[in-house]
Ligand binder design. Sequence first.
Ligand SMILES: Nc1ncnc2c1ncn2[C@@H]1O[C@H](COP(=O)(O)OP(=O)(O)OP(=O)(O)O)[C@@H](O)[C@H]1O
Ligand SMILES: [Mg+2]
Length: 257
Amino acid sequence: MGVRVKNLSFSYGDKEILKKIKVDIAKGKMTGILGPNGCGKSTFLKNILGYLNPNEGEIVFNGRDTKALDKKDRAKLVSLVPQKSNLMTNMSVKDFVLMGRLPHLKSSWAGYSFDDRQKVEENLKFLGLEKFSERVAISLSGGEFQRVLLARALTQDPEILLLDEPTSALDLNHAVELLNKVKSLVIEKSLTGVAVLHDLNLAAMFCDEIIMMKDGEIKYQGTPIEVLTEENLQKVYNLKARVIRDESGVPYIIPLV
Ligand SMILES: Nc1ncnc2c1ncn2[C@@H]1O[C@H](COP(=O)(O)OP(=O)(O)OP(=O)(O)O)[C@@H](O)[C@H]1O
Ligand SMILES: [Mg+2]
């Protein structure tokens, strides 16, 4: 169980971006999606989210065909930390994060409950963001706002958590901390965690499974040890690299210039 993707194809106009993708993404694990710029990683996540609709194929969440779900029910199951956000608003951080509760409101005119506000506080605290709670979102730095986007996605209380380059604006310390926290939640709450990452070393450290994409197709899937090989990096990224391993077998990638 988790996310099952069957023969998923997606095009922007007549440009085919995803080509018959077939994959199972496990529950209770972190899966990393890797691949060169423009290969379709964000498009893939947006199809899982339901923001984009496939031309063909099926996406099944924990045994439920997503075609049978309306928007609100789908948003109770899956949330996304986007790669780009135009949502830098002059709302306060806590009100912005509260928007994560929208799919859970009993009706469109029902207000937020005490529990909803409590969840916002818990998540801001969990991510060390409580000091920003009253600040206007637009006044935050890029890295602070990126963590607020995660707080909103967690407040949505999903079973499937999609992260599109969640550490792109973070310093290494915050990047490691964020991935560590996400991983602990994935294990503790048995979520299906899916993160697009460009940092191969962070992917090797935090992902249980790796999906490596190229030109809208999945080229390799397996553990970091299986997938992050010198040969695969050459084929997929056209990158010459050395791969060394630490004592527990975790691969480290050193690009060669
Ligand atoms: N709305 C759109 N209309 C047309 N083409 C698009 C649109 N959005 C994305 N594309 C194209 O689809 C391809 C895949 O884009 P996508 O954003 O999925 O790539 P990606 O793998 O996430 O890349 P990156 O690592 O740079 O974020 C790219 O060539 C992109 O230019
Ligand atoms: Mg992308």
